[in-house]
Design a binder for this molecule. Structure first.
Ligand code: ATP
Ligand code: MG
Length: 440
């Protein structure tokens, strides 16, 4: 085979990203970084520590963890066999199972409960549309080893605090309780009876799931089935006193924290691992993909993944959806602007300019250096054009006359008049001047 060089005559075919997987480009990426920073600050305040687990996990982790009869496991996973050793692997469709695996693998609960958070890409083979992608990103929080209702409330309050911190409005919290396995078993029997009586109204998916996992039918997105689903037996009617008390306590703590919610007896979530408290934060501003965050308690997952039984609760939010909501408001404050653009008429001057720019950056100035072409630095005119396009507030002009006296001309690119001042390179207030707003 011939190796292809850029000069070979055959036109090279353009390679594109995989469908449903997006590049995140500037200035959008700046909004991403801003959001991530906001989350880190928040997590610190609630004493949650960062955890980073692999993107690739054994397929069995998700099949066992999420449940075989779920949308994700049945039709959304990117699974393949490692052709070198035959292992069955899956790109993580969510990260709760991975976190639980890591917690168990490293015996992290030996000295008490842990509060953890993560951020990163997830992969689901879904039909790409607004707010729904094949590679998307989640930020999630998990509290493991705590059985009481306090952490349920803490996690919900924390998510609510994030919306406030981000300035997001019109986000509704819906909560429900899924009870405990015996209660669900009773409810399940009632559900099967109910749906059997109305089997003519079930779609194909639901018919298949009727006996395997009837709870999943309640999570259907088929609008034709909403009426049927709405009248189905409610799980909350099957709760025993202990489950009821847990739910009541969560609600009382939310009330105390001033977090409003609505009860949604239809809320069941897409994974099998949940019990007791489940919740979602939804908005009407994002069309059909209105859920920005969802979570709940999963007291049996640790055991299911091979650990010593331990209770746990957590949530995950969709970063793309939250950012789309953020973009409906003014996001200019997230896009930190450039302070200065360094114009260097002659390449020889760079030996003097570079140390000066390094010193400014060390003092926190955001400065972009003009970079030339193979032919040289380019005309003053073309350099000024770049300076204007850069969005910088000031141009630093390192001309030969200025440098002869260890000086630089600082020109405002924002005040209309293009005010110029001459500054000593070693002037103690140069950095300060560049970080100031131009007077108009
Ligand atoms: P949906 O009902 O919208 O399919 P889900 O119940 O499958 O969501 P979870 O598994 O609970 O979603 O994931 C938590 C959050 O991650 C969702 O509320 C959503 O904001 C986001 N999310 C889930 N799937 C996608 C996707 N394919 N693209 C973008 N964001 C997603
Ligand atoms: Mg889904």
């Amino acid at each position: 085979m011939n190796s292809e060089t850029p000069s070979s005559k055959r036109p090279t075919q353009k390679l594109l990203a995989v469908k449903g997987m997006n590049d995140i480009l500037p200035p959008d990426s700046t909004r991403w970084e801003w959001l991530e920073q906001q989350v880190r600050t928040l997590m610190g305040r609630y004493a949650y520590s960062n955890i980073r687990t692999p993107i690739l996990e054994p397929t069995a982790l998700f099949v066992r963890g999420l449940g075989e009869v779920t949308d994700i496991v049945e039709k959304e996973m990117y699974s393949f066999e490692d052709r070198l050793n035959g292992e069955q692997l899956t790109l993580r469709p969510e990260n709760t199972a991975g976190v639980v695996r890591a917690v168990v693998e490293h015996s992290m609960l030996y000295d008490g409960g842990k509060r953890l958070y993560y951020m990163g890409p997830m992969f689901r083979h879904e039909r790409p549309q607004r707010g729904r992608y094949r590679q998307f990103h989640q930020i999630g929080a998990e509290a493991l080893g705590f059985g009481g209702p306090e952490v349920d409330a803490e996690l919900i309050v924390m998510a609510h605090a994030l919306w406030t911190q981000l300035g997001l409005q019109d986000i509704q919290l819906q909560i429900n309780s899924l009870g405990q396995p015996p209660e669900r078993l009773e409810h399940r029997a009632a559900l099967i009876r109910y749906f059997e009586q109305h089997s003519d109204q079930l779609d194909e998916d639901s018919k298949r799931r009727l006996h395997a996992n009837p709870l999943r039918i309640l999570d259907t997105k088929n609008p034709q089935m909403q009426q049927l689903v709405n009248a189905a037996p409610k799980l909350t009617d099957f709760l025993g006193p202990q489950s009821q008390a847990h739910f009541d306590r969560v609600r009382a703590l939310l009330d105390a924290a001033g977090v409003a919610y609505t009860l949604n007896p239809r809320l069941v979530r897409g994974m099998d691992y949940y019990n007791l408290t489940v919740f979602e934060f939804v908005t009407e501003h994002l069309g059909a993909q209105g859920t920005i965050c969802g979570g709940g308690r999963y007291d049996y997952l640790v055991e299911q993944i091979g650990g010593k039984p331990a209770p746990a609760v957590g949530w995950a939010m969709g970063v793309e959806r939250v950012l789309e909501l953020l973009k409906l408001q003014d996001t200019s404050a997230m896009l930190a602007e450039l302070d200065a653009y360094a114009i260097v008429p002659e390449a020889d001057a760079l030996v003097q300019v570079l140390p000066c720019l390094q010193a400014l950056r060390a003092q926190g100035v955001r400065v972009q250096m003009h970079a030339g072409s193979a032919e040289g630095m380019g005309s003053m005119k073309s350099q000024f054009k770049r300076a204007d396009a850069s969005g910088a507030r000031f141009a630093l002009i390192f001309g030969p006359d200025e440098l002869k006296h260890r000086q630089v001309t600082v020109k405002s690119l924002r005040d209309g008049a293009g005010t110029q001042v001459l500054k000593d390179l070693d002037a103690p207030d140069l950095a300060q001047h560049l970080q100031s707003q131009p007077t108009t």
